[in-house]
Design a protein around this ligand. Structure first.
Ligand code: FDA
Length: 427
């Protein structure tokens, strides 16, 4: 059975934004307030899905302490201009104006008291007040440039995303074309494909000659396949403060043992700086120089066992189950040997391990659980002041699709708001 396709009709906007996520909505409300006719298109059935699932449902929407050092990317200077023009207190001001209750957690992280829905509602209300139109369930089939006046620089061919019912009734999607002067790509990264993530932004970038910095899952737990993996899985549920480090950076934060590997803030932060095949180091007793302790106790309490020294002198920093597992893993052969009968070299080796456990992750949990995507559109080809492409006039990239990745702690949303704002001021 064939169905007639309705003829495409053209609709003109000043600005079309692809992606009704954090950066797209912020850009839209900023441009809308300037009187620009703005259309936001998204293939998802709901705007801002990642906002809703963020921060455990409470959205860590920004941070009191935002510095360029909290961001990584090929060009570490790129984020500076937008972040300084749109500091976190600007967003906090909007949150307060909407009377959204929030609180500060450790390291300056700001969360909603009630629900991430408050942030999404605020953004959508502001968009509505600024006359922004948001169209969901819309596939972007084609992006073209038209050799016409600036008003109609781009043409987007879109189609309605068919739901299960449409497919069952063999409905055909009708196409709609839109034209605009400014096209903003705000499609985010590849993390959590079930939430609407896609590579469209990268494809559009490449279509206009942009370079991509290799993408990878980031702010993501590590996985292990070797014997260490078995040890870690056996300890699932244990969390303790550690110093996690590699050659480039170190973080003093909790690690969490899980059935899949190592997670918790320390691991997520470190994953931003990790490359496949590299070793990570975990200081399991950051408050204790274990070598010095063991050697001193060997002199003062030569009959003690290693586990007794570690239990009695570290304020219970190592959970019992972890201590027992480490013993089996690291000093099983001397677990009943008194300190006096253990060579100094062995104690030094053990101290080094507990203060710098070296692990080689087999990989990460990948985009399925990653909070962000590292890499993306190369920032050297984009204006840091406006987010406009240097290669195609009227084309802009904002948010996570760019090669700017923030730390855990509200930094990725702050980048989304800031890049959306500076772009919304000029489109
Ligand atoms: P975002 O992903 O928000 O939006 C992209 C939009 O584009 C989506 O609506 C998507 O449907 C749409 N889109 C994609 N492809 C399309 C296509 N082909 N056609 C049409 N539309 C398309 N950050 C933080 O600072 N604090 C936090 O608490 C958290 N917590 C958190 C939890 C979890 C589970 C995740 C996955 C992520 C976080 N983040 C976070 C990261 C944060 O959510 C993320 O960095 C921002 O949402 C990025 O904003 P963008 O606007 O760039 O993309």
């Amino acid at each position: 059975m064939s169905h007639p396709q309705s003829a495409p009709h053209h609709t003109h906007y000043d600005v079309i934004i692809i992606g009704a996520g954090a950066s797209g909505l912020y850009c839209a409300l900023t441009a809308g307030r300037r009187g620009r006719r703005v259309l936001v298109l998204d293939h998802a059935n709901k705007a801002g899905k990642k906002i809703l699932m963020s921060g455990g449902g409470r959205c860590n929407f920004t941070n009191y302490f935002v510095e360029p050092e909290h961001f990584i990317g090929d060009n570490p200077h790129f984020c500076k201009s937008a972040l300084s023009r749109y500091p976190s207190w600007e967003f906090i001001g909007m949150v307060e104006a909407h009377k959204i209750p929030y609180h500060e957690r450790e390291h300056g992280q700001l969360f909603c008291d009630d629900s991430a829905q408050d942030i999404l509602t605020m953004l959508l209300d502001e968009c509505a007040a600024a006359g922004v139109q948001v169209r969901l369930n819309t596939n972007i089939d084609r992006v073209q440039t038209l050799n016409q006046d600036n008003q109609t620089r781009f043409q987007l061919t879109t189609s309605k995303k068919l739901g299960k019912k449409d497919i069952a009734s063999e409905s055909k999607s009708s196409q709609t074309s839109y034209r605009c002067e400014s096209l903003v790509v705000a499609t985010g990264g590849l993390s959590i494909p079930t939430m609407g993530a896609s590579g469209l932004g990268y494809e559009v970038a490449q279509q206009f000659g942009h370079t991509l910095i290799a993408t990878d899952a980031s702010l993501v737990p590590f996985t292990f396949t070797d014997k260490t993996g078995e040890l870690i899985r056996a300890l699932a549920g244990i969390s303790l403060p550690v110093i996690a480090s590699n050659e480039r950076i170190s973080f003093k934060l909790p690690v969490l043992f899980t059935h899949r590997g190592l997670s918790g803030p320390a691991m997520l932060q470190l994953s931003n700086y990790w490359r496949t095949g590299e070793i990570i180091r975990i200081n399991l007793l950051p408050e204790t120089d274990v070598t010095t302790l063991l050697l001193a106790r060997k002199k003062s309490h030569p009959r003690q066992l290693i586990r007794t020294v570690l239990t009695e002198n570290t304020d219970g920093a190592l959970p019992k189950k972890l201590l027992a597992a480490l013993q089996t893993h690291l000093w099983d052969d001397i677990k009943e040997t008194e300190l006096a009968n253990i060579k100094d070299e062995r104690l030094v080796e053990l101290g080094d391990t507990l203060n710098g456990w070296q692990l080689k992750p087999s990989g990460t949990e990948g985009y399925r659980t990653a909070e962000v995507t590292r890499g993306g559109v190369k920032t050297d080809e984009v204006s840091s002041k406006t987010m406009q492409s240097h290669l195609q006039e009227g084309l802009y990239f904002i948010g996570e699709v760019l090669d700017v990745t923030g730390w855990l702690g509200g930094y990725n949303f702050q980048w989304a708001w800031a890049s959306g704002f500076v772009c919304g001021e000029v489109v």
